[in-house]
Design a protein around this ligand. Sequence first.
Ligand SMILES: C[S@@+](CC[C@H](N)C(=O)[O-])C[C@H]1O[C@@H](n2cnc3c(N)ncnc32)[C@H](O)[C@@H]1O
Length: 170
Amino acid sequence: MYWIVGMALLLFLFFLAAFSIWNVYAIIRGAPFVPSAKKRVETMISVADLQKTDTLLDLGSGDGRIVRRVASLVKEARGIEINPSLALWSKVLNALQHKKNVNIRCADFWHYDLHDIDVLFVYCIDHKMNKLEAKVKKEMKPGARVVSNGFKFSEWKPAKEEGGVCVYQL
Ligand SMILES: C[S@@+](CC[C@H](N)C(=O)[O-])C[C@H]1O[C@@H](n2cnc3c(N)ncnc32)[C@H](O)[C@@H]1O
């Protein structure tokens, strides 16, 4: 019995260590894992004007709470997450909740092409917003929207602003 508890504890510590190391890498490449509050997610959804034909991407999808929440509202909900432990956890939750139109990829979003994305959800960090603005303007199609939690683009005026969330229209 004790060995089972010991193994479980060891597994948990291994997962925690892996999470922490990857979180440091995430800070360097973008932002740390800070999950969006439930109320803020609802604000993002309400201002995004989501359509059943939309392909939505959560840029740095964390534990996947946003993609799972919007799955029934869009055609496809994608998440891209640099931290393998978070990506794995999201995939487990997706499988348990039978979310068929949710896809999580473990990768660096700076290398992900945004050309076919209709709605981009962003919860990044202030000093990465200029680089992100350039990427979005270069890759996203006309008519696409960017919904940013907390942080604004410096050069770009939001089309809508509500409860700490900004919507940008391409
Ligand atoms: C502030 S959290 C937001 C999590 C989630 N979108 C939410 O709102 O609950 C930022 C997430 O982006 C991930 N991340 C940071 N830099 C990244 C990068 N370059 N590529 C992919 N994911 C990244 C982090 O690991 C973290 O999970």
